[in-house]
Design a protein around this ligand. Structure first.
Ligand SMILES: CC(C)(COP(=O)(O)OP(=O)(O)OC[C@H]1O[C@@H](n2cnc3c(N)ncnc32)[C@H](O)[C@@H]1OP(=O)(O)O)[C@@H](O)C(=O)NCCC(=O)NCCS
Length: 186
């Protein structure tokens, strides 16, 4: 099964928690979530600084839905106790090489419960079982301890460090590359 449009949402990830495909009508609510968490998210995510209105979020959501419609992977909203608390999803799938990279963030109030680990575990299942991909990658800034911990907790292998690859404000971050191959999953 390779067609993302045949995926069934919501995807249950934990008790009272699920991954739902993003919707355009969420732009205001998601912008409010980004605003409330701007300092912690902006530390590691370059898109946070230029995201200044619900219209900016709506533009992102349109792109995300087109990506899903083009069968290049989806962006999911992490819902916990009936409220959106973060996001987890795919960078556009490289079908020629059957590779993909994942991204995620969560509001401070919902951290420390294992929700993102559970969401990424679900994305691994979709990657290897549904899309039948060969390789899944996660890149984290070297200082992003909590993000690196997610990759390690799920059994990703550490491949190495890309020096100065991510521009954040005036700084260039080094990132750690983690990967998992289909043969290493489950
Ligand atoms: C990176 C980020 C998503 C990590 O969030 P998180 O809440 O630590 O991640 P999880 O939801 O997987 O929770 C893991 C924590 O819950 C705890 N936990 C509780 N129950 C758990 C369970 N059932 N399974 C796994 N972990 C559990 C873990 O021990 C861990 O806590 P610790 O940090 O005190 O060791 C978050 O810090 C964030 O949004 N940062 C800013 C954006 C960002 O950096 N994104 C990633 C870019 S690469």
């Amino acid at each position: 099964m390779l067609d993302g449009m045949s995926l069934r949402f919501p995807i249950r990830i934990a008790v009272k928690s699920e991954l739902r495909l993003v919707e355009l009508k969420q732009s205001q609510e998601l912008f409010a979530l980004v605003e409330a968490n701007r300092a912690q998210l902006g530390k590691y995510l370059p898109w946070v600084e230029p995201t200044r209105s619900a219209a900016d979020v709506e533009k992102f959501l349109r792109g995300a839905l087109k990506q899903h419609a083009d069968n290049l992977g989806f962006h999911g909203c992490i819902w916990h106790e009936k409220r959106p608390v973060g996001m987890a999803g795919f960078h556009p799938i490289d079908w020629a090489n059957r590779n993909v990279a994942l991204g995620y963030w969560i509001a401070r109030e919902a951290q420390g419960k294992g929700l993102v680990t559970a969401a990424v575990r679900a994305l691994l299942r979709v990657s290897f079982r549904h899309y039948e991909l060969h390789r899944v990658e996660i890149q984290c800034a070297t200082g992003n301890r909590k993000s690196c911990a997610i990759a390690r907790r799920l059994g990703f292998r550490r491949e190495g460090v890309l020096r100065g690859v991510q521009k954040l404000g005036e700084d260039y971050n080094d990132t750690v590359v983690y990967s998992m191959l289909d043969s290493e999953w489950e």
